[in-house]
Design a protein around this ligand. Structure first.
Ligand SMILES: Nc1ncnc2c1ncn2[C@@H]1O[C@H](COP(=O)(O)OP(=O)(O)OP(=O)(O)O)[C@@H](O)[C@H]1O
Ligand SMILES: [Mg+2]
Length: 246
C-alpha cells in the first residue's frame, strides 16, 4: 500500500485544523510550510500567481508538510465570474499541482466550508478528515487542561454542559481569560469562571436557568448571590429555578 500523501481537513473555525497540521509536521519531523489562500488570493491579486508558484516550488524542493489553509478560497475564486484571468490561472496551477502531488512531502488542505468545494476537488485528496465540534467528554478534557487552578468535578461538568456548541478555541480562550482575571483581580479562579458563565449564559434561556438551578441546588449558592452575579433581581432567579423544577 502506498502511504497517504495528502489530506483535506474540514470543520468549523477553531476546532484545531491548523493546530493538527502543526502537530503532524512535528510528529514526522518535517518543517511546516503554510500558505493562507484567502490572504494570497484576495490581497495580492497581481502577484499571487507568482507567490503561489514560489511556495509550491519551495515545498517541492524539500521534504515538508505543506498546509494550504483557507482552502475554500480556491473554490470561491474558481467560481467567481467577475475575476480576471490571472486568478483563474493561479487556481488551475494549484489544481494541476494537486493532481501531480507526490514525493516526500505531505499536503494538507484546511477548510471551514467543505460544502463549497466541488467533489472533483475532494477526490484529489487521499484522506478527508472531518473535525466536529467537541462533545461533552472532549469539552471536559479541554476545560480541565485549560484551568489554571484545580476545579471541582461537578463545576467542571456544569461548565462543560453550558458550553455546548463551543469550539476548542473558544474554550481555550475562556479559560485563559478567566485565569488572567483571577490573578489581576485576586479573586478565586472558580468564582471568576462562574461569574463569567452567568454573563455568557445570556439574559434568558434554559442553559441559564439550568446553571442557576445547579449552582443553587448542587453548590449551595444563595439566590441572592446568583442574582448579584448575573445582574438580575432575586425574584427572577427564584422564578426561573421554580420553572425548571416544575
Ligand atoms: N483539538 C484541540 N485541542 C486543544 N486545543 C485546541 C484544539 N483545537 C483548537 N484548539 C485551540 O484553539 C486554537 C485555534 O485552533 P486552530 O487555529 O487550529 O483552529 P482551526 O480549525 O484552524 O480554525 P480556523 O478554521 O479558524 O482556521 C489552537 O491554537 C488551540 O489553542
Ligand atoms: Mg486554521
Amino acid at each position: 500500500m502506498a502511504p497517504s500523501r495528502s489530506a483535506l481537513f474540514s470543520g468549523p473555525p477553531g476546532v484545531g485544523k491548523t493546530l493538527a497540521s502543526r502537530w503532524i509536521a512535528q510528529q514526522v519531523g518535517l518543517p511546516l510550510v503554510s500558505l493562507d489562500l484567502a490572504a494570497v488570493l484576495s490581497s495580492y491579486l497581481g502577484t499571487s500567481g507568482r507567490n503561489i508558484r514560489d511556495v509550491l516550488d519551495f515545498a517541492k524542493s524539500r521534504a515538508c508538510v505543506l498546509l494550504l489553509d483557507e482552502f475554500d478560497a480556491l473554490a470561491k475564486a474558481r467560481d467567481d465570474d467577475s475575476d480576471v484571468g490571472e486568478l483563474k490561472r493561479v487556481v488551475n496551477v494549484l489544481l494541476v499541482e494537486l493532481d501531480r502531488w507526490n514525493g516526500r512531502s505531505f499536503l494538507i488542505a484546511a477548510t471551514n466550508h467543505a460544502q463549497l468545494l466541488d467533489p472533483a476537488i475532494g477526490r484529489r485528496f487521499d484522506r478527508i478528515v472531518t473535525f466536529p465540534l467537541p462533545g461533552i467528554e472532549e469539552r471536559l478534557a479541554l476545560l480541565k487542561a485549560g484551568a489554571s487552578a484545580p476545579l471541582d468535578a461537578k463545576i467542571l461538568r456544569v461548565v462543560a454542559e453550558i458550553t455546548d456548541g463551543s469550539s476548542p478555541s473558544d474554550l481555550a480562550r475562556l479559560m485563559e481569560m478567566v485565569g488572567r482575571r483571577s490573578v489581576l483581580r485576586e479573586v478565586p479562579f472558580e468564582r471568576v469562571l462562574l461569574t463569567e458563565l452567568l454573563t455568557v449564559a445570556g439574559p434568558s434561556g434554559n442553559n441559564r436557568d439550568t446553571l442557576w438551578q445547579k449552582l443553587h441546588r448542587e453548590f449551595g449558592l444563595s439566590l441572592r448571590a446568583i442574582a448579584d452575579l448575573s445582574g438580575v433581581s432575586h425574584p427572577t432567579v427564584s422564578q426561573a429555578i421554580r420553572r425548571i423544577e416544575k
